[in-house]
Design a binder for this molecule. Structure first.
Ligand SMILES: [Zn+2]
Length: 359
C-alpha cells in the first residue's frame, strides 16, 4: 500500500500554532515525505516591493519543508493572485453559492484554459523566484479541476493532478465537485489521462473533512479492494488549519501503521510524483472529458467581466455582513442584471438561498 500525504497551502497566511503543529508532525513522523501543494498567493498578497515580507513568507514555509518532500502547486482564484497574473478575477460562481469578494472560493474550472495556463504559469514562476522547486503536481482549490484545468496543466508541463475527490466527503452542494468527478470513490486509484497527466485521486480527502476513524476505514477499504496489487491511499491536511485538524491525521496514521503491521500489509509513504512515474501504473489513457458544469462551461466561454448588477449585489452582501444592511437593493439589482451569464445563475442561486430573489 502506498500512502501519499499531502498538504494544501491556501495562500492565506501563517499562524504560529499551525506552524508549530506542522513542525511537531515533521519531528514525530520523520519517515513521511510530504507532497506540498504550495500557493503563490502568499507572495501576491504582499505589496509589490515588500521584499522583507516575501523573505519572511519563504522562511516560514521552509520551517516545515524536509529533504525528500515534493513541491507541487495549489491554486485558488484569489483576486490579488489573478491581478498579478494578469487575469480578471470573479466573484461568481463560488462553491459556497455566495458572492466571494476575495475570489478564494471561485472555482478555477470556471476560467478559460488560456486563463488557467496564465495563472498556473505565473504561480510556478513566482514560487521558483522564491527558490522553490518547479512544481509538477497540482491540486485545484476546492478540487475544482475541469477539462480546461487538466489541459492547461498538461500544456504547462505538469505530470500529476490530485484534484479528484469523492464528493460525499464534502458538505452537500460543495460547488461542482460531484459533476466534475462523478466516478470518484474512496477506492479510486491512479490513472492516466491523454496528454500525459496522471490523476492521483485524493480518495481519503483532507483532515478538515474526515475524522481519524474515517481515514482508517478508507485504509481498510483500499487494502481490501487491492488484494495483492499496488494501491494508493491519499490523505492530507491544510497548513492554515494544521493546529485544529492535523491531530486527526496523526491519530489515523498511528492506527494505520499498526493495522498494516498486524495484517502484514507493506506500507510505503510516497510523493505524488513517485506514483506518477511508478512502473506498475496502468498504461491505458483516459480521454480528458471532465464535463464542466453548465455554469463552468458558460463561464469558460463567456466574457468574465463582472456586471454592474453583480458588483452592486456583492457590495450589498458585504454591507449586510458588516451590519449596515442595504440589502433590500439586491433583488432589484438582480432583476436589472437578468441574463443567462454564469455569474447571474450563481447570483440567482444565492438570492434564493437568502430568500431575497425570485423563487
Ligand atoms: Zn485550497
Amino acid at each position: 500500500m502506498r500512502v501519499v500525504v499531502s498538504v494544501d497551502w491556501e495562500g492565506s497566511g501563517f499562524e504560529a500554532d499551525d506552524l508549530a503543529a506542522f513542525c511537531e508532525f515533521r519531528d514525530d513522523f520523520p519517515n513521511i515525505p510530504l507532497t506540498h501543494f504550495l500557493n503563490a498567493a502568499y507572495f501576491t498578497r504582499l505589496g509589490p516591493n515588500d521584499v522583507m515580507g516575501a523573505v519572511s513568507a519563504s522562511d516560514k514555509i521552509r520551517t516545515v519543508l524536509r529533504d525528500g518532500d515534493e513541491i507541487g502547486l495549489h491554486v485558488h482564484a484569489d483576486n490579488h493572485l489573478l491581478h498579478a497574473a494578469g487575469v480578471a478575477p470573479k466573484k461568481f460562481p463560488s462553491w459556497d453559492n455566495l458572492p466571494d469578494l476575495t475570489g478564494h472560493s471561485v472555482p478555477l474550472s470556471t476560467f478559460s484554459e488560456a486563463e488557467v495556463r496564465q495563472i498556473v504559469h505565473f504561480s510556478c514562476r513566482t514560487l521558483m523566484q522564491q527558490g522553490f522547486d518547479r512544481p509538477r503536481a497540482f491540486r485545484a482549490g476546492g478540487w475544482h479541476a475541469g477539462s480546461n484545468v487538466l489541459n492547461a496543466l498538461a500544456a504547462e508541463g505538469f505530470i500529476v493532478d490530485s484534484s479528484e475527490v469523492p464528493h460525499d466527503w464534502l458538505p452537500k452542494g460543495f460547488g461542482d465537485v460531484e459533476r466534475l468527478w462523478p466516478n470518484a470513490t474512496r477506492l479510486s486509484q491512479p490513472y492516466r489521462f491523454e496528454g500525459g497527466i496522471v490523476e492521483v485521486p485524493d480518495n481519503g480527502c483532507l483532515a478538515d473533512y474526515v475524522t481519524s476513524d474515517q481515514m482508517v476505514d478508507t485504509f481498510n477499504a483500499v487494502a481490501r479492494s487491492a488484494r495483492q496489487k499496488p494501491a494508493v491511499l491519499s490523505l492530507g491536511f491544510h497548513q492554515e488549519t494544521a493546529a485544529k485538524f492535523l491531530p486527526r491525521l496523526r491519530s489515523a496514521l498511528g492506527q494505520i501503521e499498526r493495522r498494516a503491521a498486524m495484517q502484514g500489509i507493506p506500507l510505503r509513504y510516497e510523493r505524488a510524483q513517485d506514483i506518477a512515474t511508478a512502473p506498475w501504473l496502468p498504461k491505458t489513457e483516459r480521454p480528458i472529458q471532465i464535463a464542466p458544469s453548465d455554469v463552468a462551461a458558460a463561464a469558460a466561454s463567456a466574457h468574465v467581466e463582472a456586471s454592474r448588477a453583480a458588483e452592486k449585489l456583492a457590495r450589498a452582501a458585504w454591507l449586510c455582513k458588516a451590519g449596515t444592511s442595504t440589502v433590500a437593493d439586491a433583488p432589484t439589482a438582480a432583476a436589472k442584471g437578468a441574463s443567462s451569464s454564469p455569474e447571474q445563475t450563481a447570483k440567482a442561486a444565492w438570492l434564493r438561498k437568502v430568500s431575497l430573489g425570485p423563487a
